[in-house]
Design a protein around this ligand. Structure first.
Ligand SMILES: Cc1cc2nc3c(=O)[nH]c(=O)nc-3n(C[C@H](O)[C@H](O)[C@H](O)COP(=O)(O)OP(=O)(O)OC[C@H]3O[C@@H](n4cnc5c(N)ncnc54)[C@H](O)[C@@H]3O)c2cc1C
Length: 500
């Protein structure tokens, strides 16, 4: 059974028995106790609760993430375990296939129900459907709750009853809907005595850790602290600063939203409160941040209604684009050695921290698809291995937006990586943070070091082609080529076999 209402308020069915049957609360990407609908409602029953995290061996096999992503998850789980203990319970960790773990725990505890917070990624929905069938086969009640987004994708429809594929009308509809209130901390509960395993990090799961300095540390407490300090210190300037990668003007809440260390409902209400009687500047910033959060909901909605977009172009005429694949160019892009400093800075930030600034994500994705003419799916997959905030919906959405093959059509835009660099990092501060070999290059040349005179090359110690790569592509020619191929695909023609 699914429960679409967040605050049912009727779960107080205390069973008067010496040995009441417990409720299993199955944690997945909702790693917090506060404002967690599944945990809140499980605890409200007054029955014992088994908070469980299943290290799903089948699922993990298919995840290609860097070890640091699993380490981040482990930090979230450690904090979750502490927070659960503070309210009387105990987090149980078990490894295996879902059916094996559930069969064992059902045998051990005879649970009355399993509660979980829904996830709308297509593979997660298939898993949850299979798990629900399996549990129902044992006569166990299954209840699931909205959590990953503020509104369920079925709740936002066009006047024709179909899903939205354009952001602005989606956002307008989204804003009009009444919002659920945060649920707060659950009541105290007990957990039956059960064996539990250590929380595994990347190493235990056999993952190499290449990300050396993750952008943030995992856990509900860290999420809360970051959010509160962002609201206090940076929100006011968000609208002005969010596009400038050197300013650290965005919240960096994305990894926490990904692992559910904070709920979007709480973030929404905090912003709503701050926007009351706010100055013009504060209103502009709260509006802008809310709009970005709605982009996240929009992409979740798109992937839910159009699951094929996980792998294929939303607009299928672009299936006619015959992407090229140059292994050396792809490697240079991945490693941040393209000779375009902003692109290189972004890729090196990603490789070192598991996060990249949004403006630079757009520039690096545009560069891969429109300058190198490499299929967006290669870039999407690479981002998926590195990002701590990896969300299939936003990643695919961002990549298809950048490749101009996705929803929300707008005139074809091709970012010029040098102009973007001059505009958003004029002094080259961000570039120099991540491409230190350019630190002595003056702002005028830091966006195009290849244009330095031999005298300046000597003075700065940067000889292009030796100390820093020469541009691997001619942007103008590449953009013209992309435009031609894109127009042909749009018109339904097969692209020419122009060699590049
Ligand atoms: C090619 C590409 C791939 C991307 N992949 C992901 C991804 O895997 N996971 C992910 O969370 N975001 C992704 N984004 C969106 C965006 O870059 C990140 O959400 C943002 O950089 C996170 O930083 P922040 O928390 O400081 O954002 P803030 O500016 O502080 O925004 C607050 C929150 O709003 C949401 N948000 C902001 N911008 C966007 C956006 N453009 N699309 C969707 N949600 C947004 C995020 O949840 C973010 O945490 C991608 C963008 C592009 C162009």
């Amino acid at each position: 059974m699914t429960n679409r209402k967040r605050d049912v308020g009727k779960d107080t069915e205390v069973i008067e028995s010496d040995n009441p049957r417990p409720i299993i609360c199955w944690f997945r990407r909702d790693l917090r106790v506060r404002d967690n609908p599944a945990l809140f409602h499980a605890a409200s029953t007054g029955l014992p609760v088994i908070p469980i995290f299943i290290v799903d061996t089948e699922l993990i096999e298919g995840i290609k993430s860097d070890g640091a992503v699993f380490d981040f998850q482990a930090e979230c789980l450690q904090d979750l375990a502490t927070n659960i203990e503070e309210i009387g319970g105990r987090l149980i960790v078990r490894t295996g296939t879902l059916t094996d773990v559930f069969s064992t725990i059902i045998g051990e505890t005879h649970p009355r129900a399993v509660y979980f917070d829904r996830d709308y990624e297509p593979s997660a929905m298939a898993r949850d459907l299979a798990a629900t069938k399996f549990l129902s086969g044992y006569g166990i009640d299954v209840k699931s709750f909205d959590d990953v987004t503020i509104h369920h994708p079925e709740d936002i429809k066009t006047s024709n009853g179909g899903p939205y594929a354009v952001f602005s009308p989606f956002a307008a509809r989204w804003r009009k809907l009444p919002k659920p209130k945060p649920l707060g901390k659950p009541s105290r509960f007990t957990t039956p005595r059960l064996s539990s395993e250590p929380i595994p990090g990347g190493e235990e799961l056999g993952r190499e850790r290449l990300i050396v300095s993750p952008i943030v540390r995992g856990g509900e407490k860290n999420a809360s602290n970051r959010w509160n300090s962002f609201l206090r210190e940076r929100l006011l300037s968000y609208a002005d600063a969010r596009d400038l990668p050197q300013v650290h003007g965005t919240s960096k809440m994305s990894p926490y939203l990904r692992f559910g260390c904070i709920s979007p409902v709480r973030m929404y209400w905090d912003l709503a409160e701050l926007s009351l009687n706010a100055s013009e500047r504060m209103s502009a910033s709260t509006e802008k941040l809310l709009s970005e959060m709605i982009w996240r909901e929009f992409y979740t909605h798109v992937l839910y209604h159009f699951p094929y977009t996980a792998e294929r172009n939303f607009r299928n005429q672009f299936d006619l684009l015959k992407w090229a694949f140059d292994e050396r160019a792809f490697k240079a892009w991945k490693e941040g050695r393209t000779g375009f400093p902003l692109v290189d800075a972004g890729m090196r930030q990603l490789n070192a921290t598991g996060w990249m600034h949004n403006r630079v994500r757009m520039v690096t994705a545009s560069f891969l698809t429109k300058d190198l003419f490499i299929d967006w799916r290669h870039g999407e997959m690479y981002f998926a291995t590195k990002l701590l905030d990896i969300e299939k919906a936003s990643n695919v959405g961002g990549w298809q937006w950048s490749a101009s093959t996705g929803v929300d059509p707008r005139p074809l835009r091709i970012f010029n990586p040098v102009i973007q660099s001059r505009r958003f990092d004029p002094e080259g501060i961000y570039i120099k943070e991540w491409v230190p070999e350019l630190r002595k290059v003056p702002p005028k040349y830091v966006h195009e070091p290849a244009r330095m005179s031999p005298a300046l090359q000597e003075e700065t110690g940067v000889v292009p082609g030796k100390d820093y790569p020469l541009p691997i592509v001619d942007h103008r020619a590449a953009a013209e080529y992309f435009k031609g191929e894109y127009a042909k695909a749009k018109a339904g023609h097969r692209p020419s076999k122009l060699s590049r």
